[in-house]
Design a protein around this ligand. Structure first.
Ligand SMILES: *Cc1c(COP(=O)(O)O)cnc(C)c1O
Length: 417
């Protein structure tokens, strides 16, 4: 064979809304071999690909030569393998990987929305996405109304004749609000809009496409890769939408240029195979700590707690074996207390004072002054993002009881308890 075709044995495992949809099984059942029978696919160490005939090269430009590769900004074998694994996880027809999470979110929005269009977005979203919608997109005459995504009537009231997209995160950063994906999908359908969901905080636990979302995105930088050693993103959707994004003439992913390197795609694919084990451990550890913190009287937000306003909703949407995710927040009253506590926890080796999430170690930061600092202070107050809020990405600690005991000591030392 002149080129190596993607080898997939089990590619029709699921149908939409399949009750037996098992995201981790779908990843596991994919089989990709190297050309010498390697149990891992070979890494495509090339930015460009040769053709035997000029005609095939022309057809490939036109998008009519399935299985042929052209140039790695368009796609590469390694990127296709990773994309197929992510599509299998989300239950979409296919997927396109990108160099970063923002490199997925921005092209997906720009493919669907043109000058004069309007987006209805959750107001509690990742700081970078918020800054893009609030500050950058208006320069291209693309307007956004930010709403409380947990109130479907408020979402619907914000829809205008120019609206093209409803945008949200399944579990929002940093407040851990939970989107009613079936409810939003019904609204999107009624008004002929696309529902775009950033599922970065809840991989495996929630499958937005199964619940009616049109497009699902991730920052692979977080849980999916899980090693805090690389960046990456993905857009999961229909074959038609992904083909549009990759179109050499007018595709936003192709033309905005945030492509992933093949070496990185290969390493993320390998890390992804342990995602189910990691998510179970992140979730079990986070639930343990959330219950302890709440019992100690700390203001704790975690979707797995019965006190979370959307606990039942999360439960109704989740694949239970992966739990409620690794993210939780506590409010310790002031930024000074938050900083003091985080510095002490780092000193005691409980985790790192760092942004990002999904690492084996616990990571903590105060979003008001870091990852959400793009959001003006008045708006932070309005959405309930307080000064003393600490966001935790709970690690894979083997002995979470010991972790809790040391954290408890730290909290007493700084006077939070
Ligand atoms: C980190 C993050 C992003 C952005 O991803 P990058 O890989 O940093 O570009 C988007 N959404 C959420 C929820 C995130 O946590």
């Amino acid at each position: 064979m002149y080129f190596i075709k993607l080898l997939k044995i089990n590619d029709t495992l699921f149908t939409m809304k399949d009750k037996n949809f098992k995201p981790a099984n779908n990843i596991q059942d994919l089989q990709y071999f190297g050309e010498f029978g390697g149990v891992n696919p070979s890494i495509s160490d090339s930015s460009t690909y040769t053709f035997l005939s000029a005609k095939t090269m022309f057809d490939t430009f036109e998008g009519n030569a399935d299985g042929c590769y052209l140039y790695s900004r368009h796609t590469s074998p390694s990127n296709l393998y990773l994309g197929e694994a992510l599509a299998a996880m989300e239950g979409t027809e296919t997927a396109n990987v990108s160099g970063t999470g923002m490199g997925a979110i921005v092209p997906a929005l720009m493919q669907l929305c043109k000058a004069g269009d309007h987006i209805v977005s959750s107001r509690t979203i990742y700081g970078g996405t918020y800054a893009y919608l609030k500050n950058f997109a208006p320069g291209f005459n693309l307007a956004t109304t930010f709403v409380d995504i947990t109130k479907l009537d408020v979402v619907e009231a914000a829809i205008t004749p120019n609206t093209k997209v409803i945008y949200c995160e399944s579990v929002s950063n940093p407040l851990l609000e939970v989107a009613d994906i079936p409810g939003l999908a019904a609204l999107a359908k009624k008004h002929n809009l696309k529902l775009l969901v950033d599922n970065t905080f809840s991989p495996l636990s929630i499958s937005p496409a199964q619940l009616g979302a049109d497009v699902v995105m991730h920052s692979l930088t977080k849980f999916i890769n899980g090693s805090s050693d690389t960046m990456g993103g993905v857009i999961c959707g229909t074959q038609e939408f992904i083909d549009d994004l990759r179109n050499v003439n007018d595709g936003a992913s192709m033309l905005m240029g945030s492509s992933m390197d093949s070496l990185r795609a290969a390493s993320i694919l390998k890390n992804m195979r342990t995602l189910h084990i990691r998510m179970k451990q992140h979730s079990a550890n986070a639930l343990y700590l959330a219950e302890k913190f709440e019992a100690d009287g700390l203001k704790t937000v975690y979707p797995g707690l019965a006190s979370h306003p959307s606990h039942q909703l999360f439960k109704s949407m989740m694949h239970p074996e992966y739990g409620y995710g690794g993210m939780l927040t506590i409010d310790v009253g002031s930024i000074d207390k938050a900083n003091e506590l985080m510095e002490l926890m780092q000193e005691r080796n409980l985790g790192y004072l760092a942004v990002s999430l999904g690492f084996y170690k616990t990571l903590f930061s105060a979003p008001g002054s870091s990852t959400s600092s793009e959001i003006p202070e008045e708006e932070q107050a309005e959405m309930g993002l307080t000064d003393g809020l600490i966001r935790f990405s709970i690690g894979l600690d083997n002995d979470i009881k010991r972790t809790y005991e040391i954290m408890n000591t730290c909290m007493k030392e700084v006077g939070v308890l």
